[in-house]
Design a protein around this ligand. Structure first.
Ligand code: NAP
Length: 283
C-alpha cells in the first residue's frame, strides 16, 4: 500500500495516520477535510504529507473515513463510487447499522470494511491526534464476509501493525452493546457535569474542592457535541433503552436513601465492585 487517503484528520483519523506512517515511512498520507484550515493544521503537525480532494481517491490504495457518523452515512456511497476496484475503504464510525445500511447494495460493497476502533480521548481535531492510541485496544469489525478477501487481509495487516485486537460482530449487536459501554457513559458524564455546573454556577470556588474522582467522572463531558449528537441520533432506540435502565437504577438508589436503607446501599455498591474484576487490564 502506497497511497493512503484520510477523510477526516481529527483525533481518530490523525492518530491512525500517525501510527501507520511511523510503521510504514514510505506511504504517502493524503488528507481530505471540509475546512482547508483543518488540513493546514494537519500538515503543520505532520499528520499528513499532502492535501487532497475527493476526486483524488481514484488513486487510493486505502481510504480511511473518520468523520462524524451522519457525514459518513452521506459520503460513503460517493467514496465507493470514486474508489478504484482495488481500493480499500475503512470507516471508524462509532455506530455501525446505519453506515452498513447506507452501502448494503452498492456495487463496490466489497471494497468497504466497517470498523470501530474502541479507543479515544475526550479531545478532538488534528491537535488531539497521538501515537499509540490503538495499541492493545479492540477493533470491532462488522459484516467482514461482505468485504473482498484480499482487502480483508490488507485491513487486518494494518490493524495488527497498530497492535489492535479484533472482534467480529454484526452491526445490530455492535450498536446494542456499544450503547451500554460507550454511549451511556458519555450521557452520564454530560449530565453529571450539567448537574454540578447548574448548582454551582454562582460559586466558582466550589470547583476548587473538585477532586480527581469528579474530574475523571466528568472527563467525557469535554467530548465534541458535533461528533456525539449524530451518534445518539443513529443509535436512538438502543440509547433510550440504556437510559431507562440507568434512570431506574438511580431512582432505586434515591428510594433506598429516602428509606434510610443503608444496608441495601452498601450491598448495591459491594455488588458493583465486581466491575474491578471485569475491567482488569483495561486502561
Ligand atoms: P474529530 O476529532 O472531531 O475529527 C473529525 C473530523 O471530521 C473533523 O476534523 C472535521 O474536519 C471533520 N468533520 C466534521 N464534521 C464533518 C462533516 N459534517 N462532514 C465532513 N467532515 C466533517 O472526531 P474523531 O473523534 O476523530 O471522530 C471521527 C470518527 O471516529 C467518528 O465517526 C466517531 O464516531 C469515530 N470514533 C470516535 C472515537 C472517539 O473517542 N472520539 C472513538 C472511536 C471512533 P473539518 O474541521 O474539516 O470540518
Amino acid at each position: 500500500m502506497k497511497n493512503l487517503y484520510f477523510i477526516g484528520v481529527g483525533l481518530i483519523g490523525g492518530s491512525l495516520a500517525k501510527d501507520i506512517k511511523e510503521h510504514n515511512p514510505d506511504v504517502v498520507i493524503h488528507g481530505i477535510s471540509r475546512k482547508d484550515a483543518t488540513l493546514e493544521q494537519a500538515l503543520s503537525l505532520g499528520l499528513i504529507d499532502k492535501k487532497a480532494t475527493l476526486d483524488d481517491i481514484q488513486h487510493a490504495d486505502l481510504v480511511v473515513v473518520s468523520i462524524p457518523v451522519d457525514a459518513t452515512v452521506k459520503l460513503l456511497p460517493t467514496i465507493l463510487d470514486k474508489v478504484s476496484d482495488n481500493g480499500l475503504v475503512i470507516d471508524a464510525g462509532s455506530t455501525k447499522q446505519d453506515i452498513c445500511k447506507a452501502v448494503e447494495n452498492h456495487p463496490k460493497r466489497r471494497n468497504f470494511l466497517a470498523a470501530h476502533p474502541i479507543a479515544g480521548t475526550e479531545h478532538s481535531g488534528p491537535s488531539a491526534a497521538i501515537n499509540g492510541l490503538f495499541k492493545g485496544k479492540t477493533n470491532i469489525i462488522c459484516e467482514v464476509e461482505k468485504t473482498a478477501f484480499k482487502l480483508q487481509e490488507n485491513a487486518l495487516d494494518i490493524f495488527k501493525t497498530l497492535g489492535m485486537r479484533i472482534r467480529y460482530m454484526n452491526p445490530e449487536a455492535h450498536d446494542k452493546h456499544i450503547a451500554y459501554v460507550s454511549h451511556l457513559s458519555h450521557i452520564s458524564s454530560f449530565m453529571l457535569g450539567k448537574t454540578v455546573i447548574e448548582k454551582e454556577k454562582n460559586e466558582r470556588d466550589i470547583f476548587d474542592m473538585a477532586g480527581s474522582g469528579f474530574a475523571s467522572t466528568v472527563r467525557l463531558a469535554k467530548s465534541s457535541p458535533e461528533m456525539w449528537t449524530p451518534i445518539f441520533k443513529q443509535n436512538k432506540t438502543n440509547v433510550i433503552e440504556t437510559l431507562e435502565e440507568y434512570i431506574n437504577n438511580l431512582s432505586q438508589f434515591k428510594e433506598l436513601m429516602k428509606q434510610d436503607d443503608f444496608e441495601a446501599i452498601f450491598d448495591e455498591m459491594k455488588n458493583t465492585n465486581h466491575i474491578k474484576d471485569i475491567l482488569k487490564g483495561i486502561s
